[in-house]
Design a protein around this ligand. Structure first.
Ligand code: GCW
Length: 858
């Protein structure tokens, strides 16, 4: 047998030689993919200056005021000029002459500088206007923070290579509160953080080197974020100790030049645990005095302290219920201590019972927020803002809007969005979340069909018409950045960028935001832009397709890492993320007529849409209704066929992301290119694990076979347990659906082998070894074909978990390997500690690629 004129044996050798460099390393490394790229989207790459400044590049920056923020503005302009225009401007404080210049100042300062400018209508706090005044490009701020935001807006215009010849742009932030929450712990870990350790804490203390914290504040302010809560909402009480507050003040110091106010998460029991009082009853005057003294102490060291975030009566945190008090009692006692200093309480609406009785068909975790807070509407002080997650459960891949957002007409409210991808692939899967957030923000919560539209974005603006809302409101993004390139995955930074941009202006389109981010990060190359924008904009739908469709929830392991598939983990426990899947049907009946009544918490028009099967959108069907597997969707497919089809489509689409990205080789920084490629390849493999787990589980549960015959038939797969095993032993895997065949093999000896003889035809094949890479241990593997070593690797990724399952399942892929009939294929494993070189299967499929497919996602 000869292929392309060469003997196959020779080709095998050749392929080993040629293919080795293309073998994909699919672990996600620990080191920063950005290296010195802390700048992220402030990369300031060269632009065509004659396009941006047709009349010539301004060579002078006139900084009219003296303030920390105007200093930062001038410094930032200089950095932008150096990077993008290759020009070092001089920065002066008094205007001289008519030369080309950028003038920056607050409205008052600008009025003193030029009579022309006084025509500008009054600018609000944080607002800015950028415009031409003869030879000057003017950045005018409502205050000095507005000057800084205007500066970043101008730099954005330049980075996008827009002409500034006729620039006239005014912008006012949508809402006052634009904060991130960071779930950092003093020991340097981050709850639900996926990018290495904390930039704030280390070993129980504030880090000595806070340069990353300063760089972070700069990034935040560049998109208009004005507040950052630096510690976990599951708060470590010790942070309020005087010696720790003094250290935390150092973080506030590095935030200040960028106009970012520091805030802290605090625990309601602090007066008792930290203060030594006998109680933390919010209505006890001694407790109020304690909070007042503590807050005064904070302001003594952090004069611009923003306020506190409180998680109470939730997931094991204590709260006012201990004393029969309400959430408003708790919020107000702290709010009163903050009031005279101008601080706010962000009181989380995430209050629910995690010991619900799953036997009770009327019990419903989704109801909890509204049931708890709606009766308290109007009882919160005016410096309390109720912080409400976008959906009623917990950051699932798709949820309906939280009804509580419409249930507090007399209360300040902020929406909490999750930038860190807890339930959406933990930054190992690409999911651009802006389209999802936009859907929520645009959802109309009007009270009656006749009323004016009341989108969520208006409810959180602090100025909703038709409500008696107070004046504060806003956006909180749970960001959880770490030292590993901020979010680990370079492409995930579009979510942080997008959160900030939406908080500033929720009317921006998801595509616009993606394009801005791409241009700012990678420059203006057309192919780079179109490829990355498409990847980003398709990504949520792809991820949803191979995880939890139809509003069922993400279907991840909810009692574990929230990462891999773990379908039944949702059921039969107190956490209340039930999917209520039995032999006949699936979904939570949340209707008013027969279900938990949750739908009745929505304003009437929306409730009517969800209550009726005829109008409930397919993508929320299983959140709202329990239906048989044979129920036909609006699309005409049955629920079961939809589940099968969508999972196969999703895994296919995830695989297509890889060649789409590969087409950008050479157009991006090498480290960024390689890091994203590694993650996309991992995702492609993981999407198959998800696809198989979900489809197999539902096929078994429903008894309805896949009409297209795909589920449980994997023609290219050789199960490890069916191979000839030397020293490997067969084990059951839990949950069963996360491995092929429900079984894996593990090695309890120093070395084990699994082998098979190829009984297919001679040819070129794509080979994948599906194995498990546990958090601890560095097992090693070798794959040999006909005696030739075609791959050797170490299982050194840090996937979340120490047992073989869908969270730790991963693959080693080799493209275009020559195999001939009768070749011996062997996998050798060397265990390391508790990681026993576990294997699931081999996949040997006819080689797919003859060339590179560009943008072949759909
Ligand atoms: O999503 C859940 C997370 C918890 C988190 C909690 C919350 C900080 O799994 O890790 O705790 O929500 O938002 O309070």
């Amino acid at each position: 047998m000869r292929l392309r004129g060469l003997p196959l044996a020779y080709l095998t050798l050749l392929s080993v030689f040629v293919l080795l460099p293309t073998i994909s390393a699919q672990g996600v490394g620990e080191s920063s993919p950005l290296g010195s790229g802390d700048a992220a989207w402030l990369s300031y790459q060269p632009v065509r200056s004659e396009t941006v400044f047709p009349g010539g590049v301004p060579d002078t920056v006139v900084q009219l005021g003296v303030s920390l923020l105007e200093d930062s503005s001038a410094k930032e302009l200089a950095a932008g000029w150096r990077g993008m225009l290759q020009h070092e401007p001089r920065v002066i404080h008094a205007d001289v002459g008519d030369g080309r210049k950028v003038v920056l100042g607050t409205q008052r300062e600008i009025e003193l500088w030029s009579t022309h400018a006084s025509a500008t209508k009054s600018l609000a706090h944080d607002a800015f206007r950028i415009y031409r005044d003869k030879n000057a490009l003017v950045i005018e701020g409502g205050d000095d923070r507005g000057v800084l935001y205007g500066t970043f807006a101008l730099l954005r215009e330049i980075a996008e290579q827009h002409s500034t010849a006729n620039l006239d742009q005014s912008s006012t932030p949508w809402a006052a509160i634009r904060w991130t929450n960071e779930w950092d712990n003093p020991n340097g870990t981050i709850e639900r953080g996926y990018a290495g350790p904390s930039i704030f804490f280390e070993g129980g203390k504030v880090r000595a080197d806070l340069s990353r914290a300063a760089a972070y504040a700069r990034l935040l302010s560049s998109v208009g974020i004005d507040g950052c809560t630096i510690n976990n909402v599951n708060a470590d009480l010790s942070l309020l100790r005087p010696e720790n507050l003094r250290e935390i003040a150092r973080i506030a110091d590095v935030f200040r030049p960028y106009g970012v106010r520091l805030s802290l998460s605090v625990d309601m029991s602090s007066p008792e645990v930290l203060g030594g009082l006998k109680t933390f009853d919010p209505l006890d005057p001694v407790v109020a005095t304690w909070w007042k003294a503590k807050v005064d102490e904070i302001y003594a060291v952090i004069p611009d302290f923003g306020g506190v975030v409180i998680k109470a009566d939730s997931e094991g945190r204590v709260g006012p219920s201990k004393y029969g008090r309400t959430q408003s009692d708790a919020a107000n006692v702290v709010a009163r201590a903050l009031k005279s200093h101008g601080g706010v309480v962000m009181y989380r609406g995430f209050v629910y019972n995690n010991h619900l009785d799953w036997h009770d068909l009327k019990a419903d975790r989704a109801r909890a927020g509204y049931d708890t807070f709606h009766p308290l509407d109007g009882k919160f002080d005016d410096n309390v803002i109720v912080q409400i997650k976008n959906g009623p459960i917990d950051f699932q891949v798709r949820e309906p809007v939280s009804p509580l957002l419409a249930g507090l007409p007399k209360t300040n409210e902020a929406i909490e969005l999750q930038v860190t991808q807890e339930y959406t692939g933990q930054q190992r899967h690409l999911v651009y979340l802006v389209p999802m957030w936009k859907e929520t923000l645009d959802t109309d919560m009007r009270g009656s069909a006749a009323a004016a539209p009341l989108p969520v974005k208006l409810l959180v603006s602090g100025r909703a018409t038709g409500t008696e809302q107070h004046s504060e409101g806003g956006f909180v993004g749970v960001s959880n950045v770490g030292t590993d390139g901020w979010l680990g995955n370079p492409l995930a930074l579009a979510n942080l960028y997008g959160f900030g941009r939406l908080a500033w202006n929720p009317n921006l389109e998801a595509a616009t935001i993606s394009d801005e981010w791409t241009r700012l990060t990678f420059g203006n190359d057309e192919q780079v832009r179109s490829t990355i924008n498409k990847l980003q904009l398709d990504s949520w739908q792809i991820y949803e397709s191979y995880t939890g469709p139809l509003g069922i929830g993400t279907l991840t392991d909810i009692v574990g890492a929230h990462f891999g598939p773990g379908i039944e983990s949702a059921e039969r426990n107190g956490w209340g993320q039930w999917i209520r899947a039995d032999g006949h049907g699936v979904g939570m009946d949340r209707t008013v007529v027969t279900g938990t009544g949750y739908i009745g918490q929505y304003p009437a028009p929306l409730a009517a849409t969800y209550e009726s099967l005829a109008t409930c959108p397919d993508d929320l069907l299983l959140f709202m209704h329990h239906v048989p597997y044979t129920y036909r969707l609006h699309s005409g497919l049955t629920v079961m066929q939809f589940i099968d089809n969508t999972h196969y489509w999703g895994a296919h689409a995830a695989a297509q992301q890889v060649p789409a990205w590969e087409a950008l080789r050479g157009k991006l920084p090498d480290a960024t290119y390689a890091e994203v490629l590694k993650r996309l390849k991992y995702q492609a493999g993981s999407a198959i694990v998800w696809r198989d787990a979900v489809t197999r589980w539902f096929t078994k549960q429903s008894g309805v076979p896949d009409a297209l015959g795909r589920v449980n038939h994997y023609p290219n797969r050789i199960e490890a347990e069916s191979m000839k095993l030397s020293d490997y032993t067969i084990v059951d895997v839990n949950p069963w659906e996360t491995t092929s065949g429900g079984k894996a093999v593990i090695c309890d000896r120093p070395e084990c082998k699994a082998e098979t003889t190829w009984d297919g035809p001679d040819g070129w094949y794509d080979v994948a070894v599906q194995y498990f890479d546990l958090l601890h241990g560095h097992s090693q593997f070798t794959l040999t074909i006909a005696g030739h070593n075609v791959g050797h690797w170490t299982a050194d990724d840090t996937l979340p978990g120490d047992t073989p399952n869908g969270s730790t399942s991963t693959r080693r892929s080799l493209d275009r390997v020559a195999i001939h009939h009768g070749d011996l294929i062997q996998v050798t494993g060397w265990p390391d500690g508790t990681e026993k070189a576990p294997l699931d299967y081999l996949s040997i499929a006819p080689a797919a690629r003859t060339g590179i497919v560009v943008n072949g996602i759909r």
